[in-house]
Design a protein around this ligand. Structure first.
Ligand code: NAP
Length: 452
């Protein structure tokens, strides 16, 4: 389909875009390089002033910007506006924290003076997904720009209007034209862009296949990458948990963003004595969800972002059912790009629901004997992004924190991103971290200085 903006609720083609020609792309890479030579000299206080201005613009324009997302990829308008507000938060966070994160860090050695200095690398390519079209970009751009790098955004091909709106926010905020640019290109251009000497490093948020492909190119070019890939996060509930709080949170954690979140809880792992009660509550909460027009402020679940996603999700569900899974609620596509909020149980180990990421409103419920079995099942996945676990027993809590194989463990709460905490995964969920000071230090030269 190329680069097109299609409303997944109505199927209407909103706008189509001609991808950049080779000459246009080369001009943008040149501009990025020129901009970097000047931008890296800009005092951090000035960068912070522009970043704070970007936050203000986002807040003032939250309704319009949120609506672009809703129309382009179907997230509910309430969640879209909240996403814009979160982008403002991350801009302010890095505007405030950057002087501290980037300050020379002294070390005692045999030198008269030795320290670490953090310096920008140049143009960083960000290959981004459609599911949080603003948040994914801002959590890269705020630290990257504050540290003096310039950004090149290759956004998902189904959210070009979001991509252009983000570029406009940075320009309006005062950043020079080459400091943050959107490249309207298809994914087949990414390898050549990354191989270009004007591009110094890359970050990708998306599927395992896209991450592996980008990392292979980067490996040949010896360029740094950060990968934020898929997940099939466990959500463990043990006997001491507050069952109602766990069940209510479980539904939000699974159904957030119409079920299309990397850190959505996907596998619900519950011990036998409480399994019936938990299942009953989960079914009730899922049945109460309101599916409908994402622009309606009372809607809980909108459409999936594309028809291709719907078809893939349904294939995974039907294959899991043919291998023995039982449908407790939902289990089929509805009209248009909607998928019925679904719970599967009795899932056999080799089925897609057990092994793969299901990117839509489908919860998988597993019953286990005890905490040992819960941890073993939670870790029996190629992924390692987040994990949520519910218990009030301190020894259980400590085991869960230590033994769960994940980039984040949340006890008695759902996994979420927060500018103040690092975010990222292990295993096939990727490597490197975003957010916090770790995120800012991914794309800088950590320069050792030794003076006698
Ligand atoms: P995707 O198909 O991998 O697309 C993500 C981005 O990668 C898009 O910009 C896409 O461009 C590009 N791309 C695709 N194939 C590529 C290739 N071979 N080389 C270079 N770039 C390529 O992923 P998606 O289906 O849109 O997004 C959903 C996935 O993202 C899920 O697995 C989800 O868990 C993951 N995700 C992870 C995080 C995290 O922080 N860990 C956050 C959000 C989402 P085109 O659109 O032009 O194909």
């Amino acid at each position: 389909m190329g680069i097109a903006s299609i409303n997944p609720f109505t199927g209407e083609i909103l706008q189509t875009f001609v991808p950049l020609s080779d000459a246009e792309l080369a001009a943008k890479l040149d501009l990025a390089q020129q901009a970097f030579t000047q931008y890296r000299q800009v005092p951090i206080a000035q960068r912070a002033a522009w970043m704070n201005r970007a936050a203000e613009i986002l807040e003032q324009d939250r309704e319009r910007l949120g609506k672009i997302m809703t129309l382009e990829m179907g997230k509910t308008i309430v969640s879209a506006i909240a996403e814009i507000e979160k982008c403002a938060l991350v801009c302010r966070y890095y505007a405030e924290q950057a002087p501290k994160f980037l300050a020379d860090a002294p070390a005692q050695t045999d030198a008269t003076q030795s320290f670490v200095r953090y310096q920008p690398l140049g143009a960083i390519l960000a290959v981004m997904p459609w599911n949080f079209p603003f948040w994914q970009v801002f959590r890269f751009a705020a630290p990257a720009l504050m540290s003096g790098n310039v950004g090149l955004l290759k956004h998902a091909s189904n959210v070009p209007q979001c991509a252009l709106a983000i570029e406009a926010v940075f320009q309006q905020a005062g950043f020079a034209a080459g400091v943050f640019q959107t490249l309207l290109v298809g994914s087949e251009e990414v390898a050549a862009i990354l191989a270009d000497e004007r591009v110094k490093a890359a970050t990708l948020t998306g599927s395992e296949a896209a991450g592996a492909s980008l990392a292979a190119t980067a490996g040949k070019q010896i360029k740094k990458t950060v990968l934020e890939l898929g997940g099939s996060d466990p959500f463990i509930v043990l006997e001491s948990a507050d069952l109602e709080a766990a069940a209510a949170t479980a539904v939000i954690a699974r159904m957030i963003n119409n079920g299309q979140s990397c850190i959505a809880a996907k596998r619900f792992i519950v011990t036998e004595p409480i399994a019936d009660q938990f299942e009953q509550r989960l079914v009730e909460h899922v049945k109460a969800l309101k599916v409908g027009d994402p622009l309606d402020r009372s809607t809980d679940i909108g459409p999936l972002a594309t028809r291709a996603l719907l078809e893939e999700l349904d294939h995974q569900v039907q294959t899991s059912v043919s291998k023995g899974a039982r449908v407790l609620v939902g289990g089929q596509p509805l009209q248009g790009s909607f998928y019925a909020p679904t719970i599967l149980t009795n899932i056999s180990p080799g089925s897609p629901a057990a092994r793969e990421e299901l990117f839509g409103p489908v919860a998988m419920l597993f019953r286990v004997k005890d905490i040992d079995a819960a941890i073993a099942l939670a870790n029996d996945t190629p992924f390692g992004l987040g994990a949520s676990a519910w218990t009030t027993v301190p020894t259980e809590r400590d085991r869960l924190i230590t033994e769960l194989e994940a980039g984040a463990v949340f006890i008695n709460g759902m996994v979420k991103s927060d500018p103040r905490l690092p975010f990222g995964g292990i295993k096939h969920s990727g490597y490197g971290r975003e957010l916090s000071h770790q995120g800012m230090h991914e794309f800088v030269n950590v320069k050792t200085v030794w003076v006698k």
